[in-house]
Ligand binder design. Sequence first.
Ligand SMILES: Cc1cc2nc3c(=O)[nH]c(=O)nc-3n(C[C@H](O)[C@H](O)[C@H](O)COP(=O)(O)OP(=O)(O)OC[C@H]3O[C@@H](n4cnc5c(N)ncnc54)[C@H](O)[C@@H]3O)c2cc1C
Length: 360
Amino acid sequence: MNPEAKIDTLIVGAGLAGCLLAWELIEHHGKSVLVIDNGNPSSASRVAAGLMNPVTGKRLVKTWELDQLLPAAVARYREIESKLNIQVYRPMRIRRYFNGPQEIELWKRRLDLHEYSPYLPGIPLPPNNSSLLSDPDGSFHIEHAGVLDTTTLLNALKQWLLDRSAYIEAHFDHDSLDIQPEFFQWKSYQADRVIFCEGFRSMYNPFFRELPFEPSKGEILKACGVRMDSEEINLRSKWIIPSHDLTTFSFGSTWEWTNLDEQPTEDAREQLMQWLMESLKNSSSLQVLEHRAGVRPSSKDRLPYLGEHPSLKNMHLFGGFSSKGSLYIPYLSKTFTGHIFEGSPLPPAVDIKRVIDRLR
Ligand SMILES: Cc1cc2nc3c(=O)[nH]c(=O)nc-3n(C[C@H](O)[C@H](O)[C@H](O)COP(=O)(O)OP(=O)(O)OC[C@H]3O[C@@H](n4cnc5c(N)ncnc54)[C@H](O)[C@@H]3O)c2cc1C
């Protein structure tokens, strides 16, 4: 065997999970890594809007471990920006439109909770002629949100890996992995450990497919022709994210659980356009520029799956990031490598041990 082909970690999948984990392993642990990816242009990470929203859903709930996740994510994106000379993270504010009196009551209850105060400033915005969307009930702000330019980030990280001979574009066939007691052999590479970061395709991985996955397809449109007068994200069941120069905007997304083919559909386009036409005050010269579709790698309980296979030592899963990969992955890549190399415990909420019985 060629001794140069000995590596610490083989990573399967170069979405946000695989690339940011490779960054953590190489830059912060000095490990040798090989990332294998099939180059799918419709991977969730390449389709994603990259929205980082601290308070989400109909119940206006603060994201799990937000006070750790958010600073870790911002710090990691800033670190990569500065080392690779790119710009990928935009701090932004969200303007969320109230959906009736019940939601106003819920929002007021959240204001009484100390842990929401950095994110919900507590000043309701009354119905306003200058708002982008019609707002009969008014709106409120969510602070400390942001948007990650995932395509620029992934392109830069792929090049950074290529410069280190740490990236191969190939389909990884699970049958081709030779599992030895002390190492894993894949083609001419001998690795101490394997980490699967395959996005929703983990549900087809023979080692982990028994885990309860619930992936959902989502579609997003990019358009121009509507005057965006501020750089804030507009949110009412769906979101509108203006480009930096306010000339174009993205909006989405849809949710579909049966058809997982990553192909844009006419149905979803119509659904999004109908929402936009009904919501915008002025949509006369709207023009669609782009239509993308991908599949969110969601677990059944919407929290990530991290951990080692119960009987195959040094074989791990790092996935299930659902619709919050941009926020989850930087912090959890640190937590996960701390667990692997220093034995620190994984947070039970994201440990695959919570569902491990299905793998035995
Ligand atoms: C429409 C849509 C909108 C979204 N919006 C947001 C958002 O606003 N904010 C947010 O934080 N998240 C959002 N997400 C979710 C986000 O995309 C995911 O949480 C995150 O990108 C998951 O990253 P990943 O690396 O786990 O998976 P992926 O990005 O899917 O990456 C997995 C990679 O592994 C490759 N792969 C899989 N199996 C193999 C194999 N056997 N051999 C070789 N390669 C393989 C895949 O092709 C892919 O490149 C959205 C997702 C979608 C679909």
